[in-house]
Design a protein around this ligand. Structure first.
Ligand SMILES: [Mn+2]
Length: 352
């Protein structure tokens, strides 16, 4: 079992790689999408704002920049385990079934091929139209630590030019994108997987699907794919392949109204389908939940580690998000706390 740290684009620096190494991590999961461009902090995805504008249509990540990133991570004694999330401007019409769909499917295949050439083994993605939305920040973790909650906000429709909680076309006509049904979305996912999984197999890259957070059947009039633990199986069975795998977000699974994290680990780990894990804890389930410290939520995280090990999982686990500690470096302190907990628990179980 390997400890990893996820870093947002503006955090991909030698100092933060060193921080990860010092906190016991051996792997980095890197975000290349510039959410909330330039801001030092990703704000909560509240009901009124999105993560900002992204206009990188056709500007795919190059082999050179992917290779440079891998080398920079390796220079600090770590491994680049995955790229997390596609840029909405690279694939909005794949999600929306728009006029650029065929070109953008080809673009995603090209991204996967470039990742293979650059030696990056995994691409985390979230096949979702509304994306991560509707959360708010507040003092909801132990000791009033600032954290994230979902409290069932009023759902305004998605504007045209907006997908996955970012704006890819600020000049889009007024109006909403309307409804997207579950059948439509599953059909779009099938098209995506049938086209991209063979390219991923050839490139030696695993595609890793994140579940829908918040895990509701619909959000902002658009269907969600994986909003119960059992729906991960449907995604895997669409196109069976070692390259069709899961970005197993324990936090999101804990937020789901059915099943349990323990059952989900017991179902998916023995299949070898967990590419990597988002190891975070929550209190509550949809439609209301709060993200809390790794050791204070509803889920027994040590029991989870025991179950992963029982089923032979040997991949990377990252904290995903964590409450901020009250100090000058709240994000870093929160991550160091989570990583320390994880390392201690792994050591106690004889896993690290
Ligand atoms: Mn997650």
């Amino acid at each position: 079992m390997q400890l990893g740290l996820g870093l947002y684009r503006h955090m991909l620096t030698p100092e933060n790689f060193r921080f990860a190494k010092q906190a016991g991590a051996t792997a980095i999961v890197a975000h290349l999408v510039d959410y909330w461009a330039g801001s030092a902090e990703i704000p909560a995805t509240d009901a009124h704002r999105n993560w900002g504008v992204t206009r990188n249509q056709g500007k795919l990540w190059t082999v050179e920049e992917l290779t440079d990133l891998r080398r920079a991570v390796e220079a600090e004694g770590l491994r680049l385990a995955a790229i997390e999330n596609l840029d909405p401007s690279h694939w909005h019409d794949v999600l929306l079934d728009g006029p650029l769909k065929q070109q953008q499917v080809a673009d995603v295949r090209e991204i996967v091929r470039r990742m293979g050439r650059a030696g990056v083994p995994c691409l985390g993605y979230n096949f979702s139209i509304a994306g991560v939305w509707g959360h708010s920040r507040g003092p909801w973790a132990r000791g009033g630590a600032e954290s994230v909650a979902f409290e069932n906000p009023e759902q305004r429709p998605l504007r045209r030019g907006e997908v996955w909680n970012m704006t890819y076309d600020p000049e889009a006509a007024e109006g909403s994108i309307g409804e997207v049904t579950s059948e439509q979305l599953w059909s779009r996912l099938r098209d995506f997987l049938e086209a991209v999984v063979p390219a991923a197999e050839e490139a030696g890259v695993r595609l890793a699907a994140h579940p829908d957070d918040p895990p509701l059947p619909t959000l902002r009039s658009t269907a969600r794919l994986v909003y119960q633990p059992r729906l991960y199986q449907r995604l895997l069975d669409l196109v069976p392949s070692p390259s069709n795998a899961l970005e197993f977000c324990q936090g999101t699974i804990a937020e789901m109204s059915e099943g349990s994290v323990y059952e989900a680990i017991e179902q998916y780990a023995p299949q070898g389908k967990i590419a990597y894990v988002h190891f975070r804890n929550v209190r509550g389930k949809v439609p209301r939940y709060h993200e809390v410290f790794v050791d204070e939520g509803d889920v027994d995280m040590v029991e989870c580690l025991r179950l992963y090990a029982k089923h032979g999982f040997d991949g990377v686990m990252i904290p995903d998000h964590t409450p901020h500690l009250t100090c000058d470096a709240g994000w870093h302190a929160g991550m160091a706390y989570a990583l320390g907990f994880m390392r201690g628990a792994m050591r106690a179980l004889g896993l690290a």
